[in-house]
Design a protein around this ligand. Sequence first.
Ligand code: FUL
Length: 486
Amino acid sequence: MKNLLFGIALSASSIFTSCHQTKAPAPYGPVPSENQMRWQEMEYYAFVHFSLNTYTNQPWGYGNEDVNLFNPTELDCRQWARICKQAGMKGIIITAKHHCGFCLWPSEYTEYSVKNSPWKDGKGDVVRELANACREYDLKLGIYLSPWDRNHADYGKPAYITYFRNQLRELLTNYGEIFEVWYDGANGGSGYYGGADENRTIDRTTFYDWKNTYQLVRELQPNIVIWNDGGDRADLRWVGTEAGFVGETNWSLLNAAGDVPFNMLHYGVENGDSWVPAEVNTSIRPEWFYHPDEDAKVKTLPQLMDTYYHSIGRNGTLLLNFPIMPNGLIHPNDEKAALEFSKAVNEAFAVNLVEKAQVEASNVRGNAGKFAASKTIDNNQITYWATDDGVTKASLTIDFGKPILFNRFLVQEYIRLGQRVKAFTVEALVDGKWKELAGATTIGYKRILSFPTVEAMQVRFTITDSKSCPVISNIGIYNAPQILTP
Ligand code: FUL
């Protein structure tokens, strides 16, 4: 009896020691900043495109459009915010200035703005109204400020940079916290340019002096993330398409210097030296601005679900655009589509079937409880399963205790320690044999795999290749209802 007790005490103390002695894995490669982390966790947020184009039915204004056209009779930013909130979005980015140069706020530095429009007798400020609505609905506010300005006389000359920065200063000082600033890459070409009416080309790599502009942005808004598809490497990257998807392989990495061709934007760079995650921007309609002939072309539920799986489900965020109508509202068809979309996403991921399952790992870092397999199903994003250093192939077996139906597999890496996994598979034990349901490459912040519904009692998630020991924070298995094509 004495020996037995001694044995128990020994093993308890050795577990205790191993827990305390096992160190967390060292970060591998570049890691996200806290601003990038906060942004990534938002997952889903809105764009609104609204400007003089809304009244001229154009995709891009030339810069000579009459300010008197801007007169939204029912503008209600609270309607935008309500819809975005109900749709599960976490913020709204507004086109404060699109390429035509017209400003939705009464900028001190130009006459080409709401202050000279008939709307509210020139006393209105759309950015202010949206900032207030976002505060009311607990949404974050983001700003799109087009670097290309087809109205401004100085565009292409050094004086324009002073103008651009003055505008940035207004926007990043007067409207509270801004979570993201968006610099569109469409740059230079024909325009009105204060009446010059000519073609102006700029050198995208030098003209904007991004380095100093970024510094100003960070001084004014320390919690912001910067998106830029041209110029210097920013905090976030474009994915090389506006069609609503990022690569199946999606590294949140790029190199700080050098060209970024399409394949790098789309897939990231496996051994890139900087953390630059992907944001998938797309519109709920074919175009960015409102065109009445697109009222029947709003994306369908299956299209929006595909977008979801190919953006958020592939380690990206989703920036979904609403074109605002001339009256200042989101069209009812767009509202309906966005709400159906969020309902379908909520239904698909309502019940995580692994929550009551048993999970076992082929290897646990130092056999320590704090890195155990169960950390992937504890509903806590900051705990994780990790393997010993040098173990880059490992599996988790999930046992439901009884056969269940499922068709989605979700997995998340603890990216604060870097993005590591290069390849993995998901199998189910069917009729006593392991059957592969899906195989994929990268994971990153979140990866979701879809496959035909299967019934099984056990699932095996196997990491077949990883840059370093894998660090997995979360696993989910779901039985998503089938979406019927309308
Ligand atoms: C593009 C722009 O040229 C479009 O008009 C739109 O603003 C989109 C989000 O980015 O590059």
